[in-house]
Design a protein around this ligand. Sequence first.
Ligand code: HEC
Length: 185
Amino acid sequence: MSRFTRLVLAGGVLAVAVLPGLVLGQGAADEVARKVADLANGKGVEDGKVDPKKADEIGKKFDLDELMHLYRPQKKAGAKDAGIEVRLERLGSRAPLAPADLAKEQAELRRIARLNIAMAELAKRHPPKPKPGKGKKEWDGFADEMKKASVEMHKAVEKGDPAGLKRAANNVSGACAKCHEAFRD
Ligand code: HEC
């Protein structure tokens, strides 16, 4: 067997071994995205009402890391996407959007606000291991803060209120950061 043939064979074996893993990984990520979007699209979510049975189910099925991963850029082919986490930070820290830009992005901003509300409830399904002064009470407090700010964000998006959107997005990002500081970093 020539070196080349051996290389090609080895490459083939590697591809067969590795590719399904990659494909499955993407499949699982897509499933998380689909399930959470379905929860986020539920009736009443804009007012903070999340279907508790569906949330229990999704919370059991996926761990917190898999869920939070939705805030990272989603690697769809050709997508130029900074991810929701970065988007929220920019919305909260930069000058308010021009009203025309808010109108143009209304559907996407609404989607993000609803996603946050669903995610806050899913986070509550994953309480941390308690440490002194950092238990379920603090955890749920941050999740509720994130949810409340996201309901405000949704309202501002519906009203087409750029200043309100900036304020609410800043509060959402603040709640993310506080929980990460207390429990992740
Ligand atoms: C109630 C607490 C809490 C809140 C609120 C929270 N997070 Fe997290 N987040 C965590 C913890 C804990 C982890 C680490 C999970 C792990 O690694 O198992 C995490 C992980 C992440 C990750 C890394 C996921 C990955 O790909 O590995 C991102 C991104 C993230 N959070 C974004 C956000 C954003 C954006 C918000 C607000 C909109 C937010 N989080 C709100 C607790 C929280």
